[in-house]
Write a protein that binds this ligand. Structure first.
Ligand code: CA
Length: 418
Protein backbone atom coordinates (compact mmCIF):
# COMPACT_ATOMS: atom_id res chain seq x y z
CA UNK A 1 0.00 0.00 0.00
CA UNK A 2 1.49 3.38 -1.00
CA UNK A 3 1.39 6.49 1.17
CA UNK A 4 -1.95 8.23 1.73
CA UNK A 5 -1.28 11.93 1.05
CA UNK A 6 -2.09 14.66 3.58
CA UNK A 7 -2.45 18.42 3.23
CA UNK A 8 0.01 18.65 6.15
CA UNK A 9 3.05 18.77 3.87
CA UNK A 10 5.58 17.28 6.32
CA UNK A 11 3.40 14.16 6.63
CA UNK A 12 4.28 13.26 3.03
CA UNK A 13 8.04 13.03 3.68
CA UNK A 14 8.90 9.38 2.83
CA UNK A 15 11.41 9.30 5.73
CA UNK A 16 9.19 11.05 8.28
CA UNK A 17 7.82 9.00 11.19
CA UNK A 18 4.27 10.38 11.19
CA UNK A 19 2.49 10.13 7.80
CA UNK A 20 -1.29 10.00 7.49
CA UNK A 21 -1.08 6.19 7.52
CA UNK A 22 0.30 6.32 11.07
CA UNK A 23 -1.78 8.75 13.20
CA UNK A 24 -0.29 7.78 16.59
CA UNK A 25 -1.85 8.98 19.84
CA UNK A 26 -0.01 10.96 22.51
CA UNK A 27 -0.57 13.55 25.24
CA UNK A 28 1.00 17.00 24.93
CA UNK A 29 1.08 20.45 26.49
CA UNK A 30 2.42 23.86 25.46
CA UNK A 31 3.02 27.15 27.25
CA UNK A 32 -0.66 27.93 26.81
CA UNK A 33 -2.36 24.51 26.60
CA UNK A 34 -2.79 22.10 29.53
CA UNK A 35 -1.86 18.43 28.90
CA UNK A 36 -4.36 16.88 26.50
CA UNK A 37 -4.68 14.09 23.91
CA UNK A 38 -3.13 14.83 20.53
CA UNK A 39 -2.52 13.03 17.24
CA UNK A 40 0.84 13.28 15.47
CA UNK A 41 0.70 14.24 11.80
CA UNK A 42 3.96 15.22 10.09
CA UNK A 43 5.62 17.87 12.26
CA UNK A 44 2.30 18.88 13.86
CA UNK A 45 0.00 17.66 16.64
CA UNK A 46 -3.78 17.80 16.28
CA UNK A 47 -5.31 19.05 19.53
CA UNK A 48 -8.03 16.44 20.19
CA UNK A 49 -9.53 18.19 23.23
CA UNK A 50 -10.41 21.22 21.11
CA UNK A 51 -11.35 19.10 18.08
CA UNK A 52 -13.94 17.42 20.30
CA UNK A 53 -15.17 20.46 22.23
CA UNK A 54 -15.76 22.35 18.97
CA UNK A 55 -17.67 19.40 17.47
CA UNK A 56 -15.12 18.57 14.76
CA UNK A 57 -14.65 15.07 16.17
CA UNK A 58 -17.63 13.62 17.99
CA UNK A 59 -17.75 9.85 18.49
CA UNK A 60 -19.78 9.37 21.67
CA UNK A 61 -22.31 11.27 23.74
CA UNK A 62 -19.86 11.78 26.62
CA UNK A 63 -16.50 13.38 25.82
CA UNK A 64 -13.49 11.11 25.26
CA UNK A 65 -10.69 13.68 25.07
CA UNK A 66 -11.31 15.96 28.06
CA UNK A 67 -8.66 14.22 30.21
CA UNK A 68 -4.89 13.94 29.61
CA UNK A 69 -4.81 10.25 28.60
CA UNK A 70 -6.26 7.96 25.93
CA UNK A 71 -7.87 5.42 28.28
CA UNK A 72 -11.39 6.72 27.69
CA UNK A 73 -11.15 6.02 23.98
CA UNK A 74 -9.47 2.67 24.63
CA UNK A 75 -12.42 1.55 26.78
CA UNK A 76 -14.86 2.15 23.92
CA UNK A 77 -13.57 -0.79 21.89
CA UNK A 78 -12.65 -1.56 18.27
CA UNK A 79 -15.70 -0.01 16.53
CA UNK A 80 -15.06 3.44 18.05
CA UNK A 81 -11.28 3.06 17.49
CA UNK A 82 -11.98 2.49 13.78
CA UNK A 83 -14.48 5.38 13.62
CA UNK A 84 -11.88 7.77 15.03
CA UNK A 85 -9.22 6.62 12.56
CA UNK A 86 -11.68 7.11 9.66
CA UNK A 87 -12.65 10.57 10.88
CA UNK A 88 -9.02 11.69 11.35
CA UNK A 89 -8.10 10.38 7.91
CA UNK A 90 -10.93 12.30 6.25
CA UNK A 91 -10.01 15.52 8.12
CA UNK A 92 -6.30 15.35 7.29
CA UNK A 93 -6.15 13.82 3.81
CA UNK A 94 -5.22 15.80 0.73
CA UNK A 95 -8.19 17.87 -0.43
CA UNK A 96 -10.14 17.51 2.83
CA UNK A 97 -13.13 19.90 2.71
CA UNK A 98 -12.80 20.73 6.42
CA UNK A 99 -9.14 21.73 6.21
CA UNK A 100 -9.84 25.35 7.23
CA UNK A 101 -11.47 24.17 10.47
CA UNK A 102 -8.64 21.73 11.29
CA UNK A 103 -5.69 24.03 10.57
CA UNK A 104 -6.14 26.25 13.68
CA UNK A 105 -6.07 23.10 15.86
CA UNK A 106 -2.57 22.06 14.76
CA UNK A 107 0.27 22.71 17.20
CA UNK A 108 3.90 22.53 16.00
CA UNK A 109 5.56 19.51 17.57
CA UNK A 110 8.62 21.67 18.29
CA UNK A 111 6.54 23.76 20.74
CA UNK A 112 5.00 20.81 22.59
CA UNK A 113 6.04 18.82 25.62
CA UNK A 114 5.02 15.16 25.56
CA UNK A 115 3.58 13.29 28.55
CA UNK A 116 2.53 9.70 29.34
CA UNK A 117 0.01 8.85 26.59
CA UNK A 118 -2.15 6.61 28.80
CA UNK A 119 -2.65 5.68 32.43
CA UNK A 120 -0.86 2.39 32.96
CA UNK A 121 -3.23 0.12 34.85
CA UNK A 122 -0.85 -2.79 35.48
CA UNK A 123 2.45 -3.77 33.91
CA UNK A 124 3.53 -7.30 33.04
CA UNK A 125 6.96 -8.14 31.67
CA UNK A 126 7.33 -11.17 29.40
CA UNK A 127 10.42 -13.02 28.18
CA UNK A 128 9.24 -13.86 24.67
CA UNK A 129 12.46 -13.38 22.65
CA UNK A 130 14.13 -16.71 21.99
CA UNK A 131 17.59 -15.36 21.10
CA UNK A 132 17.60 -13.21 24.26
CA UNK A 133 16.44 -16.07 26.50
CA UNK A 134 19.06 -18.35 24.91
CA UNK A 135 21.87 -15.80 25.33
CA UNK A 136 20.98 -15.00 28.95
CA UNK A 137 20.56 -18.69 29.76
CA UNK A 138 23.95 -19.44 28.21
CA UNK A 139 25.62 -16.65 30.22
CA UNK A 140 24.08 -17.78 33.53
CA UNK A 141 23.69 -21.55 33.17
CA UNK A 142 25.79 -22.65 30.19
CA UNK A 143 24.80 -23.52 26.61
CA UNK A 144 23.39 -26.96 27.53
CA UNK A 145 20.73 -25.50 29.84
CA UNK A 146 20.18 -22.20 28.04
CA UNK A 147 16.42 -22.37 27.54
CA UNK A 148 14.44 -23.46 30.61
CA UNK A 149 12.33 -26.59 29.91
CA UNK A 150 9.08 -24.58 29.91
CA UNK A 151 10.27 -21.85 27.53
CA UNK A 152 9.12 -23.36 24.21
CA UNK A 153 5.66 -24.02 25.69
CA UNK A 154 4.79 -20.99 27.85
CA UNK A 155 5.16 -17.23 27.25
CA UNK A 156 7.01 -16.70 30.55
CA UNK A 157 6.31 -13.47 32.43
CA UNK A 158 6.02 -11.83 35.84
CA UNK A 159 3.92 -9.01 37.26
CA UNK A 160 5.93 -5.79 37.29
CA UNK A 161 5.34 -2.29 38.62
CA UNK A 162 3.06 0.20 36.85
CA UNK A 163 4.03 3.03 39.22
CA UNK A 164 7.47 3.49 37.67
CA UNK A 165 6.52 3.32 33.98
CA UNK A 166 7.60 6.72 32.62
CA UNK A 167 7.51 8.56 29.30
CA UNK A 168 10.57 8.96 27.09
CA UNK A 169 12.82 11.81 28.18
CA UNK A 170 12.40 11.12 31.89
CA UNK A 171 15.79 10.86 33.66
CA UNK A 172 16.45 7.52 35.36
CA UNK A 173 18.12 7.40 38.78
CA UNK A 174 20.61 4.57 39.21
CA UNK A 175 19.07 2.18 41.74
CA UNK A 176 20.49 1.20 45.11
CA UNK A 177 20.33 -2.44 46.00
CA UNK A 178 21.66 -5.56 47.54
CA UNK A 179 24.18 -7.59 45.58
CA UNK A 180 26.52 -10.47 46.19
CA UNK A 181 29.58 -11.34 44.12
CA UNK A 182 29.81 -15.10 43.43
CA UNK A 183 32.96 -15.40 45.58
CA UNK A 184 31.78 -13.08 48.39
CA UNK A 185 30.73 -14.58 51.70
CA UNK A 186 27.93 -12.12 52.38
CA UNK A 187 25.91 -9.58 50.37
CA UNK A 188 26.74 -5.89 50.16
CA UNK A 189 24.73 -2.69 49.68
CA UNK A 190 25.26 0.15 47.23
CA UNK A 191 24.54 1.58 43.77
CA UNK A 192 23.88 -0.91 40.97
CA UNK A 193 27.10 -1.50 39.02
CA UNK A 194 25.67 -3.50 36.13
CA UNK A 195 22.92 -1.20 34.86
CA UNK A 196 21.36 -2.32 31.58
CA UNK A 197 18.61 -1.73 29.06
CA UNK A 198 16.09 -4.14 27.56
CA UNK A 199 14.83 -3.37 24.04
CA UNK A 200 11.17 -4.38 24.05
CA UNK A 201 7.85 -3.80 22.35
CA UNK A 202 5.04 -2.80 24.71
CA UNK A 203 1.46 -3.88 23.89
CA UNK A 204 -1.38 -1.82 25.37
CA UNK A 205 -4.60 -3.60 26.31
CA UNK A 206 -7.59 -1.60 25.03
CA UNK A 207 -10.53 -3.60 26.32
CA UNK A 208 -10.51 -6.16 29.14
CA UNK A 209 -12.01 -9.53 29.99
CA UNK A 210 -14.07 -10.60 33.00
CA UNK A 211 -12.34 -12.31 35.91
CA UNK A 212 -12.67 -16.07 35.51
CA UNK A 213 -13.19 -15.86 31.74
CA UNK A 214 -10.28 -16.90 29.52
CA UNK A 215 -9.97 -15.50 25.98
CA UNK A 216 -8.99 -16.96 22.62
CA UNK A 217 -5.99 -15.80 20.64
CA UNK A 218 -8.25 -13.95 18.17
CA UNK A 219 -10.11 -12.25 21.02
CA UNK A 220 -6.80 -11.24 22.56
CA UNK A 221 -5.61 -9.77 19.26
CA UNK A 222 -8.83 -7.74 19.00
CA UNK A 223 -8.38 -6.42 22.56
CA UNK A 224 -4.96 -4.87 21.85
CA UNK A 225 -5.18 -1.12 21.19
CA UNK A 226 -1.64 -0.34 20.13
CA UNK A 227 2.08 -0.57 20.70
CA UNK A 228 4.97 1.50 22.09
CA UNK A 229 8.72 0.99 22.31
CA UNK A 230 9.66 -0.03 25.82
CA UNK A 231 12.99 0.07 27.64
CA UNK A 232 12.81 -2.17 30.68
CA UNK A 233 15.83 -0.79 32.59
CA UNK A 234 17.50 -3.63 34.50
CA UNK A 235 19.98 -3.90 37.38
CA UNK A 236 21.82 -7.10 36.48
CA UNK A 237 23.87 -7.41 39.68
CA UNK A 238 20.78 -6.95 41.87
CA UNK A 239 18.84 -9.37 39.64
CA UNK A 240 21.46 -12.12 39.84
CA UNK A 241 21.31 -12.20 43.66
CA UNK A 242 17.56 -11.74 44.18
CA UNK A 243 15.89 -13.65 41.34
CA UNK A 244 15.66 -17.14 42.78
CA UNK A 245 13.09 -18.52 43.32
CA UNK A 246 10.39 -15.91 42.53
CA UNK A 247 11.98 -13.96 39.66
CA UNK A 248 13.11 -10.34 39.30
CA UNK A 249 11.94 -7.79 41.88
CA UNK A 250 14.03 -4.69 42.73
CA UNK A 251 16.18 -5.25 39.64
CA UNK A 252 13.26 -4.22 37.44
CA UNK A 253 11.02 -2.11 39.69
CA UNK A 254 12.91 1.19 39.52
CA UNK A 255 12.03 2.30 35.97
CA UNK A 256 10.50 1.30 32.63
CA UNK A 257 10.49 3.92 29.83
CA UNK A 258 8.01 3.99 26.94
CA UNK A 259 7.96 5.98 23.69
CA UNK A 260 5.48 8.88 23.79
CA UNK A 261 3.20 7.91 20.88
CA UNK A 262 0.84 4.92 20.87
CA UNK A 263 1.12 3.42 17.39
CA UNK A 264 -2.27 1.82 16.81
CA UNK A 265 -2.73 -1.78 15.80
CA UNK A 266 -4.63 -0.43 12.79
CA UNK A 267 -1.53 1.44 11.53
CA UNK A 268 0.53 -1.75 11.84
CA UNK A 269 -1.91 -4.03 9.97
CA UNK A 270 0.13 -4.02 6.71
CA UNK A 271 3.21 -5.14 8.65
CA UNK A 272 1.90 -8.36 10.22
CA UNK A 273 4.19 -11.37 9.83
CA UNK A 274 4.04 -14.96 10.95
CA UNK A 275 5.80 -15.96 14.17
CA UNK A 276 9.13 -17.81 13.81
CA UNK A 277 9.08 -21.55 13.16
CA UNK A 278 7.76 -23.49 16.16
CA UNK A 279 10.48 -25.71 17.61
CA UNK A 280 7.87 -27.61 19.66
CA UNK A 281 4.14 -27.71 18.95
CA UNK A 282 2.21 -25.24 21.10
CA UNK A 283 -0.82 -26.31 23.12
CA UNK A 284 -4.06 -25.59 21.22
CA UNK A 285 -4.96 -22.39 23.08
CA UNK A 286 -1.65 -20.82 21.95
CA UNK A 287 -1.58 -22.08 18.37
CA UNK A 288 -1.18 -19.30 15.80
CA UNK A 289 -4.37 -18.47 13.88
CA UNK A 290 -2.64 -16.02 11.52
CA UNK A 291 0.20 -13.52 11.38
CA UNK A 292 0.26 -11.76 14.76
CA UNK A 293 3.90 -10.64 14.96
CA UNK A 294 5.11 -7.46 13.25
CA UNK A 295 7.93 -6.45 10.92
CA UNK A 296 9.24 -3.46 12.88
CA UNK A 297 12.89 -2.38 12.55
CA UNK A 298 14.45 -1.62 15.93
CA UNK A 299 17.66 0.14 16.94
CA UNK A 300 19.49 1.02 20.15
CA UNK A 301 21.67 4.13 20.41
CA UNK A 302 24.11 4.93 23.20
CA UNK A 303 25.54 8.39 23.88
CA UNK A 304 28.21 9.05 26.52
CA UNK A 305 27.92 12.32 28.49
CA UNK A 306 28.59 15.18 25.99
CA UNK A 307 29.45 12.57 23.33
CA UNK A 308 27.90 11.52 20.04
CA UNK A 309 25.15 8.92 19.95
CA UNK A 310 26.08 5.73 18.13
CA UNK A 311 23.99 2.75 17.14
CA UNK A 312 24.97 -0.29 19.20
CA UNK A 313 22.28 -2.77 18.06
CA UNK A 314 19.86 -3.32 15.16
CA UNK A 315 17.15 -5.97 15.22
CA UNK A 316 13.46 -6.51 14.37
CA UNK A 317 10.28 -7.16 16.36
CA UNK A 318 9.60 -10.21 14.14
CA UNK A 319 12.25 -12.05 16.19
CA UNK A 320 9.70 -12.42 19.03
CA UNK A 321 8.75 -16.09 19.42
CA UNK A 322 5.42 -15.28 21.10
CA UNK A 323 3.18 -12.48 19.78
CA UNK A 324 1.61 -9.97 22.17
CA UNK A 325 -1.72 -11.71 21.51
CA UNK A 326 -0.24 -15.01 22.70
CA UNK A 327 1.13 -13.27 25.80
CA UNK A 328 -2.30 -11.79 26.51
CA UNK A 329 -4.14 -15.08 25.95
CA UNK A 330 -1.77 -16.87 28.30
CA UNK A 331 -2.07 -14.07 30.88
CA UNK A 332 -5.88 -14.38 30.99
CA UNK A 333 -5.93 -18.20 30.79
CA UNK A 334 -6.12 -18.74 34.56
CA UNK A 335 -9.01 -16.26 34.79
CA UNK A 336 -6.82 -13.24 35.44
CA UNK A 337 -8.80 -10.07 34.73
CA UNK A 338 -7.08 -7.84 32.17
CA UNK A 339 -8.06 -4.18 32.03
CA UNK A 340 -7.94 -1.09 29.85
CA UNK A 341 -4.44 0.36 30.12
CA UNK A 342 -2.62 -2.84 31.02
CA UNK A 343 0.86 -2.81 29.52
CA UNK A 344 2.60 -6.00 28.34
CA UNK A 345 6.36 -5.80 27.80
CA UNK A 346 7.41 -8.34 25.18
CA UNK A 347 10.75 -9.25 26.72
CA UNK A 348 14.07 -8.27 25.20
CA UNK A 349 14.19 -8.55 21.42
CA UNK A 350 17.49 -9.87 20.11
CA UNK A 351 18.34 -11.27 16.71
CA UNK A 352 20.65 -14.23 16.03
CA UNK A 353 23.74 -12.08 15.32
CA UNK A 354 26.00 -10.36 17.82
CA UNK A 355 25.13 -6.80 16.73
CA UNK A 356 21.41 -7.64 16.93
CA UNK A 357 21.30 -8.05 20.71
CA UNK A 358 18.83 -5.90 22.67
CA UNK A 359 20.69 -5.63 25.98
CA UNK A 360 24.22 -4.76 27.09
CA UNK A 361 24.34 -8.02 29.05
CA UNK A 362 24.26 -9.79 25.69
CA UNK A 363 26.17 -7.18 23.62
CA UNK A 364 29.15 -7.24 26.01
CA UNK A 365 28.60 -10.88 26.98
CA UNK A 366 28.22 -10.03 30.66
CA UNK A 367 30.94 -7.38 30.48
CA UNK A 368 33.62 -9.65 28.99
CA UNK A 369 33.57 -7.92 25.57
CA UNK A 370 33.13 -4.17 26.24
CA UNK A 371 31.66 -1.83 23.62
CA UNK A 372 33.97 0.88 22.29
CA UNK A 373 32.33 4.28 21.94
CA UNK A 374 33.27 7.11 19.57
CA UNK A 375 34.62 9.27 22.42
CA UNK A 376 37.34 6.67 23.05
CA UNK A 377 35.75 5.20 26.18
CA UNK A 378 34.48 1.64 26.61
CA UNK A 379 31.34 0.32 28.27
CA UNK A 380 30.50 -3.00 29.89
CA UNK A 381 27.30 -1.54 31.34
CA UNK A 382 25.71 1.94 31.56
CA UNK A 383 27.57 4.74 33.36
CA UNK A 384 26.13 7.89 34.96
CA UNK A 385 25.32 10.53 32.33
CA UNK A 386 24.93 8.01 29.50
CA UNK A 387 21.82 8.37 27.33
CA UNK A 388 20.18 5.29 25.82
CA UNK A 389 17.64 5.62 23.02
CA UNK A 390 15.41 3.05 21.35
CA UNK A 391 14.18 3.69 17.81
CA UNK A 392 11.58 1.79 15.80
CA UNK A 393 9.68 1.97 12.52
CA UNK A 394 7.80 -0.20 10.07
CA UNK A 395 8.92 0.39 6.46
CA UNK A 396 6.04 0.82 4.00
CA UNK A 397 6.01 1.47 0.27
CA UNK A 398 7.39 5.03 0.25
CA UNK A 399 6.55 5.79 3.88
CA UNK A 400 7.41 4.82 7.44
CA UNK A 401 5.26 4.10 10.47
CA UNK A 402 7.52 5.61 13.14
CA UNK A 403 7.29 5.15 16.90
CA UNK A 404 9.11 8.25 18.13
CA UNK A 405 12.22 7.77 20.26
CA UNK A 406 12.24 6.12 23.68
CA UNK A 407 15.12 7.80 25.50
CA UNK A 408 16.49 8.17 29.02
CA UNK A 409 19.61 9.52 30.73
CA UNK A 410 21.10 7.92 33.84
CA UNK A 411 21.52 10.05 36.98
CA UNK A 412 23.80 9.04 39.88
CA UNK A 413 22.37 6.88 42.65
CA UNK A 414 20.78 8.69 45.62
CA UNK A 415 22.10 8.50 49.16
CA UNK A 416 20.02 6.67 51.76
CA UNK A 417 18.12 9.01 54.10
CA UNK A 418 19.54 9.03 57.62
CA1 CA B 1 12.06 -7.14 30.54
Amino acid sequence: MPLTKSWVTAANDPDGPFPLDNLPYGVFSTDTLDPRPGVAIGDQILDMATAESTGLVQLTELPLFDAPYWNELMEEGPAVWAALRDRLTSLLKDGAPERAKVEPLLVPMAEAELHMPFMVCEYTDFYAGRHHATNVGTIFRGADNALPPNWLHIPIGYNGRASTVVVSGTDITRPLGQTKAPDAESPSFGPCRRLDIELELGAIVGTGNEMGEPITLDQADAMIFGYVLLNDWSARDIQAWEYQPLGPFQAKAFATSISPWIVTKAALEPFRVNAPERLKPLLPYLQDTGPMCYNIALEVEMAPPDGEAQTIARTNARELYYSSAQQLTHHALCGCEMNTGDLLGSGTISGPEKDQRGSLLELTWSGKEPLHLSDGTARSFIEDGDTLTLKGWAQGDGYKIGFGDCTGTILPAPTMPK
